[in-house]
Design a protein around this ligand. Structure first.
Ligand SMILES: Cc1ncc(C[n+]2csc(CCOP(=O)(O)OP(=O)(O)O)c2C)c(N)n1
Ligand code: SF4
Length: 250
């Protein structure tokens, strides 16, 4: 029997995934690989990957990748894109990376309207280091550092950082999507395509926030995690386009 090649061109084959069953990272990697092939970008792409569970993304994506210090992804991407504007540059970052330690880099690169794309994986926890509370942790959500549930009196409220940067004039496109089912995955692909196209067209900064399951740290099965994204997480972080200034719109 002839096996069909299930891998897009820029997704490495014959590698064993280190991601937990039901994790959203692998789904997004696959979409990125498909789009780099479909949009003919792979040969001139540099991805800046984070400290976090996606630290090993270079094991799966067959493109040029650089590892940034935790949170500094958009600073590094800024340097690469300014020195080599012919390259296609995107960062891939978790919520701890992008919205906690990397807050300054995120805010200022977006405010400068750098010509980069940001893929922001929001799984509401610090996944790699054992499920500590992240800025995006939901109110009442139990994590290893909020064992009684996140209490706004002491830990503040879930940070909607994509909404914050969407308000900046230099942010051309911002959308929140999810990867908790086939239809949602297709919408995520469409959103990432739009963000990538913004850079190809020289339009400026784009960011796609992806609500992404972390079954291990949520202490749920993959199925329960997918349901939790729609039933709980989307109530705090509604999906949709947060800004679309392509062609100079508001
Ligand atoms: C300067 C620095 N501080 C802390 C760490 C430890 N650290 C590694 S990954 C991580 C959190 C990752 O969480 P997130 O960005 O949400 O990504 P996820 O693992 O959930 O995909 C932390 C705190 C580090 N590597 N470097
Ligand atoms: S800990 Fe969470 S984010 Fe990390 S690989 Fe496992 S499911 Fe994915």
């Amino acid at each position: 029997m002839k096996l069909l090649n299930a891998f897009p061109k820029y997704h490495k084959q014959n590698v064993v995934s280190h991601y937990c069953p039901g994790c959203g990272h692998g789904i997004v990697h696959r979409l990125v690989a498909e789009l780099l092939e479909e949009m003919d970008l792979g040969k001139r792409t540099v991805c800046v990957n984070p400290a976090g569970c996606a630290v090993l993304a270079y094991k799966y994506l067959d493109i040029d990748m650089l590892e940034s210090a935790h949170g500094r992804g958009t600073a590094m991407a800024t340097g690469i894109k300014r020195v080599r504007p012919d390259l296609f540059v995107f960062t891939y970052q978790g919520d701890g990376d992008l919205a906690a330690i990397g807050t300054a880099e995120t805010i200022h690169s977006a405010n400068r309207g750098e010509h980069i794309c940001v893929i922001f994986i929001n799984n509401a926890v610090y996944g790699m280091t054992g499920g500590q509370m992240a800025p995006t942790t939901l109110l009442g959500m139990k994590t290893t550092t909020s064992p009684g549930g996140r209490n706004p009196r002491f830990e503040g409220y879930p940070l909607h950082i994509t909404d914050v940067v969407a308000s900046f004039p230099g942010v051309v496109y911002a959308e929140r999507v999810a990867v908790n089912g086939p239809a949602a995955v297709q919408k995520t692909k469409k959103a990432i395509r739009t963000a990538f196209q913004c850079q190809v067209d020289g339009q400026g900064y784009s960011i796609i926030e992806v609500l992404s399951p972390c079954p291990t740290n949520w202490k749920k099965t993959p199925k329960e995690s997918f349901e939790w994204v729609s039933e709980v997480m989307m109530k705090e972080f509604p999906l949709g386009v947060l800004t679309d200034k392509r062609g100079g719109g508001a």
